[in-house]
Write a protein that binds this ligand. Structure first.
Ligand SMILES: [Zn+2]
Length: 108
């Protein structure tokens, strides 16, 4: 009699284990990690545009390029905004200052 009682208990136990296990498997596992509302800041890597285009040195004569690193009023944009590397930012600063002296670009 003990054997007969144990068999149905085991079957019920297996059924009970299978049912809760099946529910989370039915729900999408990877999707709902992030809460709703798109907030994904950070981890967007800025690449120096001049390095990406393999421009080794920037000249004061390349005004079109220099303008893209300045505001409309003539301020030089910071590296934080443009993403330029240190080497290119130095070259941009020098070139813009030369251009200002030659009045090719405005002072502030
Ligand atoms: Zn660069």
């Amino acid at each position: 009699m003990e054997n007969n009682e144990q068999v149905p208990q085991n079957q019920e136990a297996i059924k009970n284990e299978q049912q809760p296990a099946a529910k989370p498997a039915a729900a999408p596992a990877g999707a709902p990690r992030r809460p709703a509302g798109r907030r994904h800041f950070g981890s967007r890597r800025k690449v120096c545009r001049l390095c990406a285009e393999h421009i080794d040195e920037i000249d004061y004569k390349q005004i079109q390029v220099l303008r893209s690193f300045c505001t409309d009023t003539g301020k030089i944009l910071s590296r934080r905004i443009t993403g330029a590397c240190a080497k290119h930012q130095r070259q941009i600063m020098r070139a813009v200052k030369i251009n200002r002296n030659l009045s090719l670009m405005p002072y502030n």
